[in-house]
Design a protein around this ligand. Structure first.
Ligand code: GLU
Length: 487
């Protein structure tokens, strides 16, 4: 079996798109499942659309999601770029000689021809075709030039492009996701493969590189399917074996329309800014349109690698369900080591890190969905906000009872040993034991205690809050509550 080599080939025209991440994950799963290689190639042949920093952003995002590539450009810690792999360069603008050579080869074989038509003429032609409801495609005016005429015009420095001469017939292929696809060549344009600026178009560069880089599977967005007959025609002209194609369906926003900035985050970076964890993002994006098991949602990257199956990728668009992503993120927040969360949450906190914040993060992780929510969640442990004393009173009790219970708790907390204060379980045992011993009701005691400690109607348990705050601050808050109730 030939080696499985997959590639993601983004054009550096902006921040890495979430759809690119999904295709890249599928590429990665497939290659790793088969002990193959995953390659990053930069398709920068459309020089007008280049955005500075886009390649860096892409490589940083791959680094953030911990998806290592085997070949391609690599960002160094000092910000410089190097390449690794035996099939480079991996940036198309550094491969122009190659594309030129292959384009000339096609011209010599009679499979491609120079075209001198002006943009104005092409516009007119297109308009006329639209007017009579014809497929818009090049009318082959320049195909009638003799080789002699063409050479003279080229030598005279006339601006020109090179087009392929699409043969008659049809292209058929088995898409690994969509099944059998047929394109009638009457619908296929004599597309440009070399532009007048000496750069190749996507059609040529992609086919040449996939071949030279020994790519076995081309996974790409559904929007590229109409270029696949051109890819296959080119492969046939060069007499190259074509890779396996798989067109990954679109990502849809919650409105079931193509995901756009208006309906959801399109840049991977945004998901990090909004406090999602790399693990959750991979789990979420890597299972969009592909679910390894009907009764589970959480998968490790290794499980995704093991179970990935191109033929099981759903051919319909995949809707981005943000509630599901929040839910997944929560699951990962619960499963990570607290020290790990503390490390990751630091950049999101406006309050400085200290022991109280660290303990609060450990408690609040079960109550938040994203890293961005921790700042608000830990604040009540640091500062007791003003609150309405009414919330201290349990629904089945009154003010006098609340005062009585809090006074008992003040004494109890004051007498707690250092050992008890260091453990949520011991704190809970001590307080519950007291409640039983004194024949009290949980609600009467725990409700006002919890609210007194947190200053909030909804919060973590009183044992957790006591543990986070420590004895001194807890006592102070209980005293504040009693004083509030008495006024
Ligand atoms: N350069 C194309 C893009 O930016 C890649 C298409 C492909 O993977 O063949 O999406």
């Amino acid at each position: 079996m030939t080696a499985v080599r997959t590639r993601i080939a983004p054009s550096p025209t902006g921040k890495m798109h979430i759809g690119t991440l999904r295709t890249a994950l599928f590429d990665y799963f497939l290659s790793k499942q088969n002990n193959g290689q995953f390659i990053i190639r930069i398709e920068d042949t459309d020089q007008e659309r280049l955005v500075p920093g886009a390649v860096e952003n892409l490589l940083e995002m791959f680094h953030s999601v911990h998806i290592p590539h085997d070949e391609g450009p690599f960002l160094q810690p000092d910000g410089s770029m190097i390449e690794k792999g035996g099939y480079g360069p991996y940036v198309q603008s550094q491969r122009l000689d190659l594309y030129n050579k292959y384009a000339n080869e096609l011209v010599e074989k009679g499979c491609a021809y120079p075209c001198f038509c002006s943009t104005e003429r092409l516009d007119e032609m297109r308009k006329a075709q639209i007017a009579v409801k014809q497929t818009t495609k090049y009318d082959r005016k320049c195909l009638s030039l003799t080789a002699e005429e063409a050479r003279e015009r080229i030598e005279a420095g006339e601006s020109h492009v090179i087009r392929i001469k699409v043969p008659e017939g049809k292209t058929e292929f088995d898409d690994a996701i969509r099944g059998h696809v047929v394109f009638d060549h009457r619908e296929v344009d004599d597309c440009i493969i070399m532009k007048s600026d000496g750069f190749p178009t996507y059609y040529l560069a992609c086919v040449v590189d996939d071949y030279l880089m020994k790519i076995s599977h081309v996974l790409r967005g559904e929007e590229w399917i109409s270029s696949t007959p051109k890819s296959l025609i080119l492969c046939a002209m060069f007499e190259w074996e074509a890779p396996i194609f798989a067109h990954v369906p679109l990502l849809l926003g919650p409105d079931k329309k193509k995901l756009s900035k208006r309906t959801g985050d399109t840049a991977v970076e945004e998901y990090f800014v909004h406090g999602y964890l790399a693990e959750a993002l991979i789990n979420f994006v890597g299972t969009l349109g592909f679910n390894p098991s009907a009764d589970r949602e959480i998968f490790t990257i290794d499980e995704l690698i093991q179970s990935f199956d191109l033929s099981k990728v759903n051919s319909g668009g995949a809707i981005l369900n943000m509630e599901k992503l929040d839910w997944m993120n929560k699951q990962y927040l619960m499963s990570l080591q607290v020290e790990d969360i503390i490390r990751r949450v630091k950049p999101f906190l406006k309050v400085p890190m200290n022991d109280v914040v660290e303990r609060a993060v450990g408690i609040e992780r079960s109550r938040v969905a994203r890293l961005t929510e921790f700042d608000d969640a830990v604040k009540p442990y640091l500062f007791l906000a003003e609150y309405d004393p009414k919330i201290l009173v349990w629904k089945k009790a009154d003010v006098a009872d609340a005062i009585a219970q809090l006074t008992r708790m003040e004494l109890l907390v004051a007498a707690l040993s250092e050992e008890s204060c260091a453990s949520i379980a011991l704190l809970e045992a001590a307080i519950k034991e007291y409640i039983t011993r004194e024949g009290l009701q949980n609600g009467n005691v725990l409700w006002p205690l919890r609210v007194a400690l947190s200053g909030q109607e909804k919060s973590a348990t009183p044992f957790e809050t006591l543990w986070v705050l420590g004895k001194e601050e807890s006592l102070r808050r209980i005293q504040v509550a009693i004083a509030l109730l008495k006024t």
